[in-house]
Design a protein around this ligand. Structure first.
Ligand SMILES: *Cc1c(COP(=O)(O)O)cnc(C)c1O
Length: 355
């Protein structure tokens, strides 16, 4: 069976040796030694000034929206994982969808201003498949209209734009370290915020506001990463170079063996150092997608329809037609991409698809 993705498992001895540290410390959570160490490793690796680890990638989105969204209208993309939009609704804000660019698949920055109303408080955009949004134009618009910018950067681990970590853009960026993501801690996530006072607020919010055992900096929730999660992260971390190299190889194999005349590929924005996180292909129409999917499924190969449906079609949001997103969502397929895939498998997938 060839799934669309498969979690990376470090050698079990590596995880065991991290667990031994936890047993020795007798410390399971509340920002222990391993969480601090992983934060420090990630800061250096990503070349960013701060990162706070969280228990998953959804809670930092919720926190950012709770603090910056003000229960107002949030301009967002209909083409993302459901968490981008469900968190907006969960935090009692209203998603206002802006259609996507047909090649980059990120929010179409040229349509944002027309969607702004006096109730708009923030823009929440996804660097989908690790492809950066037009961060410069979005920043200009946000400044002009005094809006906050939150980036769902769940797919962006290791991505740089103009030689700078993509996590450095926007008021807050959030990431996910879920098992299926490029770098993972089984479940996990992070927020990155360069603004000192906002970072302070987010940081204390993620641990109930605790400033020591008796004092509080305002209201908070619990989004702390545990030592067990950090142990997984520290076990996976040394393999990052290997993980990204192998993914790059797989992407190149697909590029070499697939007949590119049959579909459209994701266009990566200029000045981007990409992370090879997904291999989406956009087919001519949904029938063609279903045909390809069936051919592959018969051979026990399971690509996945990321992202379907277009999120403006969710039954808990107000429907407004978003032509590009609905069209792309109906005919985009992500092909299997994970470290263990062999070249022969890619050749086999390509052969099946080229016929
Ligand atoms: C994975 C993902 C999330 C959610 O992250 P979790 O760690 O699973 O909570 C949010 N947004 C996007 C775009 C994702 O792909």
């Amino acid at each position: 069976m060839i799934p669309v993705t498969k979690a990376f498992f470090p050698p079990i001895e590596k995880y065991q040796s991290q667990l031994q540290r936890i047993w020795k410390n007798q410390w399971l959570t509340n920002r222990g030694e391993l969480v601090h160490e992983l934060e420090s490793e990630l800061r250096d690796y990503l070349n960013i000034s701060n990162i706070t680890l969280t228990t998953n990638g959804t809670l930092p989105l919720q926190m950012a929206l709770n603090i910056l969204g003000g229960q107002g209208e949030i301009i967002t993309t209909p083409f993302s994982y459901v968490a981008t939009v469900s968190t907006i609704v969960w935090e009692h804000c209203k998603p206002i969808f802006v259609d996507i660019h047909p090649e980059y698949l990120t929010i179409d920055e040229n349509l944002i201003e027309a969607a702004i109303t006096p109730k708009t408080t923030a823009i929440l955009a996804t660097h989908v498949f690790g492809n950066p949004c037009n961060v410069e134009v979005i920043e200009e618009i946000a400044k002009k209209h005094q809006l906050k910018v939150i980036y769902d950067a769940a797919h962006c681990f290791g991505v740089t734009y103009k030689r700078e970590s993509i996590f450095n853009y926007g008021d807050v960026s959030t990431c996910s370290f879920h098992a299926t993501k490029l770098f993972h801690t089984a479940e996990g996530g992070a927020f990155i915020c360069k603004n000192k006072s906002l970072n302070h607020k987010l940081f204390y919010s993620h641990k109930f506001g605790h400033n020591g055992p008796l004092d509080f900096y305002g209201v908070g929730i619990n989004a702390k990463m545990s030592e067990l999660q950090a142990a997984m992260g520290l076990s996976v971390f040394p393999y990052l170079g290997e993980i990204i190299d192998k993914r790059k190889k797989i992407v190149n194999w697909y590029n070499n063996y697939l007949d590119a005349s049959k579909f459209q590929k994701l266009k990566i924005r200029q000045h981007t150092e990409w992370n090879y996180s997904y291999y989406p292909i956009i087919l001519e129409n949904e029938e063609e997608l279903l045909r390809i999917e069936k051919i592959l499924n018969t051979e026990k190969i399971y690509p996945r329809r990321y992202f379907y449906p277009s999120l403006n079609l969710l039954d808990y949001v107000e429907y407004r037609k978003k032509e590009v997103s609905e069209s792309i969502a109906s005919r985009i397929l992500c092909l299997p991409l994970y470290v263990e895939i062999e070249k022969e498998t890619i050749i086999r997938i390509a052969k099946l698809m080229n016929t």
